[in-house]
Design a protein around this ligand. Structure first.
Ligand code: HEM
Length: 410
């Protein structure tokens, strides 16, 4: 059997060791690999750093709109029938120039480092609430279920302007959308159920837009509700899709990093001690946690002309899948990539992608991770695993599903 099929196996992709071993094999033996699986349209799997970076930064030759993530054929069919496109939604990540630039421009200022740093006190107080909650649990909790999944959700909801009482519903919807391949999280395995999840998002955010049109506030929802594109109000599908990408892209990804980052610290006591001794390293530690966990496993592009990579010809119109965790463990670009080093200079990592689609929320994500550990570590005396952590079995956004911990606060 061709090993590239393992990329589509949620059990392999939900097993950190097996996943990185597979990427190592593909980088060495099959770095531009044609994948044919009965449930998916074929695609080329790209696993080397240099190729992933080159493709990401040449957005005119490698476009997003035809196919952005790996979705099973039968679900793509349902999306085509219901939305007229195999992506279903029309979010930033599904668009190309010139529309992409115009829509990204609507929130570009919001997500720049300066404005994001002004959110520090809000993010810090939410981080404190969750560390307080950990302390109140009296020395044991499932860190993923009780802390890390909820913290970024609350941050993003407060920035968007969604009221706290709706957070439970948003958590459920994002898990149903992204954890779709994990039997314990998906609403169901059939496409109709997945479509129902999208419809629920649509209904929820339509209400938020209508409210902000009448009652403008100082939040991202108001920016989106009042945005003009070429002098005209944003179309409803664009608007709702914008909410969905911001809410979903900013949630599971950051949650996976906070939990994966803490797991890495527990597994590397020297790094944990260093971070306790020098809390000013929390910023670079956050960046390393993001590289080390690389929660977004892949994104796709489509070629606009014939291309050649590592001796393989990819024809115009074919799909390409970029595997970010693999790029971030490629020793040709990153020194000792399997080593977790909180002082690493992480300028070249690709966990946020690259080029014009590079993660819009990257500065917010780094801030959230940094501030959580700044709050937690000075209060923590001891921490260990209470039992084996478990992984989400998903091929798109990966991470931990459960991490029972035992700990002592000062
Ligand atoms: C896009 C990773 C957190 C919003 C992306 C992409 C990646 C990514 C890999 C695609 C880049 C490409 O195609 O070149 C991550 C990781 C995160 C994170 C690893 C956390 C550790 C966030 C947060 C937000 C966010 C907190 C927002 C609140 C977005 C949006 C896009 C995006 C809107 C689409 C940008 C576009 O297509 O122009 N992210 N992300 N992300 N991310 Fe993030």
């Amino acid at each position: 059997m061709n090993r590239n099929l393992e990329l589509l196996n949620p059990a392999i992709m939900g097993d950190e060791q097996a996943m990185y071993e597979l990427f190592r094999y593909l980088r060495e033996h099959d770095p531009v690999s044609y994948v044919e699986h009965h449930n998916y349209e074929p695609f080329w799997a790209i696993t080397r750093y240099e190729d992933i970076k080159f493709i990401s930064q040449n957005n005119d030759r490698f476009i997003n709109s035809p196919r952005t993530v790996l979705v099973q054929k039968q679900f793509e069919q349902v999306l085509l029938e219901n939305f007229g496109s195999r992506n279903g939604l029309e979010t930033l990540i599904h668009m190309d120039a010139p529309k992409h630039k115009k829509l990204r421009g609507v929130t570009r200022e919001w997500f720049k480092p300066g404005p994001i740093s002004k959110l520090s006190s809000t993010v810090k107080s939410i981080a404190k609430q969750y560390v307080d909650k950990m302390e109140a649990r009296g020395g044991e909790c499932d860190f993923v279920k009780e802390i890390s999944l909820l913290y970024p959700l609350q941050v993003i909801m407060s920035i968007i302007g969604v009221p706290p009482e709706k957070e439970g519903m948003m958590l459920k919807l994002t898990q149903e959308l992204f954890g779709g391949a994990d039997p314990s999280q998906a609403r169901g395995v059939n496409p109709e159920d997945a479509l129902a999840v999208l419809m629920d998002f649509f209904a929820f955010f339509s209400e938020v837009v209508e409210d902000r049109k009448k009652n403008p506030k100082d939040d991202l929802a108001t920016v989106l509700a009042s945005a003009l594109i070429d002098g005209e109000p944003m179309e409803q599908l664009d608007q709702i899709s914008y909410f969905i990408i911001t809410a979903t892209a900013g949630h599971d990804t950051t949650a996976a990093t906070v939990a994966g980052g803490l797991k890495a610290l527990i597994e590397h006591p020297d790094q944990l001690q260093k971070l306790r001794d020098k809390p000013e390293l929390c910023h670079s530690a956050a960046r390393e946690m993001i590289r080390y966990t690389s929660p977004v496993r892949h994104m796709m592009r489509t070629t606009t002309q014939d291309e050649v990579f590592q001796g393989q010809t990819i024809k115009a119109g074919e799909s390409i899948c970029l595997w970010y965790p693999s790029a971030n463990r490629d020793s040709t670009a990153i020194t000792n990539p399997d080593v977790f080093d909180i002082e690493r200079d992480n300028k070249s990592q690709l966990a946020f992608g690259f080029g014009s689609h590079m993660c819009l929320g990257q500065h917010l994500a780094i801030l959230e991770v940094e501030l959580f550990f700044r709050e937690l570590l000075p209060r923590l005396k001891h921490i260990e695993f209470a039992s084996e952590p478990e992984w989400v079995q998903a091929i798109f956004v990966g991470g931990l599903k459960s991490m029972p911990l035992r700990y002592e606060f000062n």
